[in-house]
Design a protein around this ligand. Structure first.
Ligand code: FAD
Length: 511
């Protein structure tokens, strides 16, 4: 094992949680090392940053070899099957719930649909523990929103495939009865139809959003930089201000050090370029690996290497955010759903017996799929549809004999039956079949290291610090005390901002 030095804080993961937390720490003058297991992606903005080693998003034949990074299933090897360390997507097949996430410098910002919303649950942060409330969190949401320069969708933006464009007044489906405040993270053109290459004040180049370009917005990445991603928005300025970022560097174990050692924690990681095992020493570890991977690291460190202890509620209260994804054989002649934005907005059945709004979009970059032309054309007319909602948050993640086990019983959460009934009804009234899985697949696994009032009820306190491990923090959605029931990323970023601010305040008081 090679010792690679010390830092005030080690941040694990470069997604929303890791990037926003690191931003707060660097702003306060702390030394920060960030570990990210994925590679830099080959995009217009990343090229303009001068990053030499970049990995393209999977397109064409590479979709077969480069899309999947790793797969976890109870019949596969204990640590999962790693297919391609530069792959984009990771899947955890669990019992009753499966979870999907991604791997890149910039984390899920490359694959997400660019949609920010507040939690659907009002008073999301209220009444859990002292020092935490909606009021406390409000400035953090505002700060994140301002930084992302998000845009509110309006008719002036002429976004294609929205419900009002697709469904006439007599159709059984319409736009949703009400839409909560929504923001979209794309660089819109000053003039629709003209898509300029622009350079911002930091020298970052991007191409403005082109609705007709099917390659640049979806969940297979945005090579043009039209989608706002964290690699250039947060990490580029942080690198200039001293952030040390190791890409293709996977944290394996967190080791609590005995009293008297110069640092409280050692973080062991693997450099995937050399294969070498390395170690960092720090007083502050910020976990932002995405909920399931953060829990995996904590469970592995407590139950396999036994280098952390305690955390009796670790892995309890996991939810899938009510996500249910389905394949919709939409097939409207002449409509290419692979264009436009990744998310085509919400729609709802007029029938009051089915009050749940659904969302969805097309299959991105379909033109590049290694398939015969007629199939590609068919996929361009197909869609995915989905729903989110509040589930029972009663799943669990555990480490059993060195193997991760994710368990969830969707029958305890009425939301799933309601959504399935809505899917069936939409199929009936449109004559276009929706195919959905028996058990939910989520891209929003949350909980498992929940914020609460003490270690008997949760894993972290109102500042995100693990109860029985000072200096160890959970910055991502694993810490959520409730299920938001809508897109969670805005809330993850706001939580990471709060956590970073509180850590800095604590250090200032300690001086
Ligand atoms: C197809 C898709 C569409 C989505 N659309 C939306 C949307 O529109 N709105 C919304 O709110 N949410 C959306 N999401 C969810 C969103 O992507 C996540 O909520 C968000 O990315 C979570 O942020 P995070 O920082 O917690 O984790 P991530 O963004 O996943 O970042 C975690 C990073 O940590 C890295 N990592 C993991 N383990 C380790 C390790 N051991 N060592 C080092 N690095 C590690 C990963 O490679 C990853 O880059 C979508 C997700 C998907 C898959």
């Amino acid at each position: 094992m090679t010792d690679t030095g010390n830092a005030d804080a080690v941040v694990i993961g470069s997604g929303f949680a890791g990037s926003v937390a690191a931003d707060r720490l660097i702003e306060a003058g702390l030394s920060v090392v960030m570990l990210e297991r994925g590679p830099w992606r080959d995009t217009v903005p990343v090229r303009s940053m001068g990053i030499a080693e970049r990995t393209p998003f999977p397109r064409g034949g590479a979709l077969v070899t480069d899309t999947l990074r790793s797969v976890h299933h109870r019949w596969l090897p204990k640590r999962g099957l790693t297919l391609n360390r530069r792959g984009l997507i990771e899947i955890f097949f669990g019992e009753g719930l499966s979870s999907m996430c991604s791997s890149s410098v910039g984390g899920g910002s490359h694959v997400y649909s660019g949609l920010f919303r507040y939690p659907q649950v009002e008073a999301f942060w209220d009444g859990i523990c002292d020092g935490m409330s909606n009021e406390e969190m409000a400035p953090h949401y505002e700060r994140v929103l301002a930084r992302f320069a998000m845009i509110t969708p309006t008719a002036a933006l002429k976004i294609p495939h929205q419900a009002h464009e697709r469904f006439g007044p007599d159709d059984p489906m319409q736009g949703p009865a009400s839409t909560p405040p929504t923001w979209l993270g794309f660089l819109y053109p000053e003039e629709i139809g003209k898509h300029r290459r622009v350079t911002d004040e930091n020298g970052i180049e991007r191409t403005e959003l082109d609705y007709d370009d099917p390659d640049s917005h979806g969940f297979l990445g945005s090579p043009s930089g039209a989608k706002t991603t964290l690699d250039f928005l947060y990490l580029a300025p942080l690198l200039k201000r001293g952030l040390v970022l190791h890409d293709l560097a996977e944290a394996l174990t967190i080791v609590a050090q005995p009293r008297g050692m110069p640092a409280r924690y050692r973080v062991d990681y693997r450099d995937h370029r050399s294969g070498e095992l390395r170690a960092l020493h720090t007083d502050h570890v910020i976990l932002g690996a995405g909920a399931i991977n953060t829990l995996k690291l904590l469970l592995h460190s407590r139950d396999v290497t036994k280098t952390l202890a305690g955390m009796p509620r670790l892995g309890k209260r996991i939810g899938g955010n009510g996500d249910l994804f389905a394949f919709w054989d939409y097939n409207e002649p002449g409509r290419n759903l692979s264009t436009g934005l990744p998310f085509h907005g919400g729609f709802q059945l007029k029938d009051p017996n089915y009050p749940i709004p659904l969302g969805g979009g097309g299959w991105p970059a379909a033109e590049t799929y290694p398939l015969p032309r007629f199939l590609k054309e068919r996929i361009k007319r197909a869609a995915f549809t989905n729903c989110m909602g509040v589930d029972a948050m009663d799943g669990s993640l555990s480490m059993e004999d060195g193997r991760l086990r994710l368990r969830f019983d969707a029958r305890n959460s009425p939301i799933y039956d309601q959504v399935k009934a809505t899917f069936r009804r939409v199929s009936e009234v449109t004559g276009r079949r929706i195919y959905y899985p028996k058990n939910p697949i989520t891209v929003h696994a949350l909980g498992g290291a929940c914020m609460d009032r003490d270690a008997e009820h949760g894993v972290v306190d109102a500042q995100g610090e693990v109860f029985d491990h000072p200096g160890l923090y959970v910055a991502d959605g694993a810490a959520f005390p409730r299920i938001p029931g809508g897109p969670p990323t805005f809330t993850i970023a706001a939580w990471a901002s709060h956590l970073g601010e509180k850590l800095v305040e604590k250090l200032r008081h300690a001086v």
